[in-house]
Design a protein around this ligand. Structure first.
Ligand code: GAR
Length: 209
């Protein structure tokens, strides 16, 4: 039964979290604003222009940029990303709007300690367009999922989920904004619980605390 680190009694230091972002970083901001029981010790991005990096700098958090175009190929970039993450020695990695598949090097080194947040109720609507795909399918309820990352696309064990109603006149933008309100709360709550109480995984079942 794999387990994750929480505080094991005594005065253990708050787990150090590396957050990886590709975009605006509102989820990162929620993690920064509510950092109780954990420390956001680094923020990394595959895009030098990601607004999330500015949010990190404003909060005094060290950042690193690992852009694909700086590497000869995807495999070299995967190794580069691992080196950049390792330099910050995180206990847990949070993918918060990171729009790439995690490669084998990061997964081998940090497997079981990488979490991702996705704007749909997995296993429905995995991939880069979870909100668009849910609207196109005509579902009445969608939501967000926080999962442990495995080698597939949004296929890892589910840690927590929250439902959001789809309204008749929703566009991808309006629905995504409402999902992100729920997603920010869910992510902060889940990371706090994982950091302070730990977690176990039995087959696909994740239990917090
Ligand atoms: C979030 O909705 C997150 O679930 C999604 O990107 C958004 C990031 O928002 N991630 C994915 O779709 C990954 N497949 P933010 O940049 O405002 O934090």
């Amino acid at each position: 039964m794999p387990t994750g680190a929480g505080t094991k009694g005594g005065a253990a230091a708050a787990p150090r979290i590396a957050v990886i972002v590709s975009g605006s970083g509102t989820l990162l901001q929620a993690l920064l604003d509510n950092a109780q029981g954990y420390t956001i010790s680094s923020v990394l991005s595959d895009r030098g222009d990601a607004l999330g990096l500015e949010r990190a700098r404003a909060a005094g958090v060290p950042t690193a940029v690992v852009e694909l175009k700086e590497f000869p190929d995807r495999a070299a970039w995967d190794r580069g990303l691992l080196r950049a993450v390792e330099a910050f020695a995180p206990d847990l990695i949070v993918l918060a709007g990171f729009m790439r598949i995690v490669g084998e090097p990061l997964l081998t080194r940090y497997g079981g300690r990488i979490i991702n947040t996705h704007p749909a109720l997995l296993p429905a609507f995995p991939g880069a367009h979870g909100v668009r795909d849910a609207i196109a399918h005509g579902v009445k309820v969608t939501g967000c999922s926080v999962i442990l990352v495995d080698a597939g696309t949004d296929t890892g064990p589910i840690i927590a989920q929250r439902a959001v109603d789809v309204l008749d006149d929703d566009t991808e933008e309006t629905l995504h904004e409402r999902i992100k309100v729920a997603e920010r709360e869910l992510l902060v709550d889940t990371v706090q619980r994982m950091a302070t109480k730990g977690w176990t995984v039995e087959e696909r079942k994740v239990r917090l605390g």
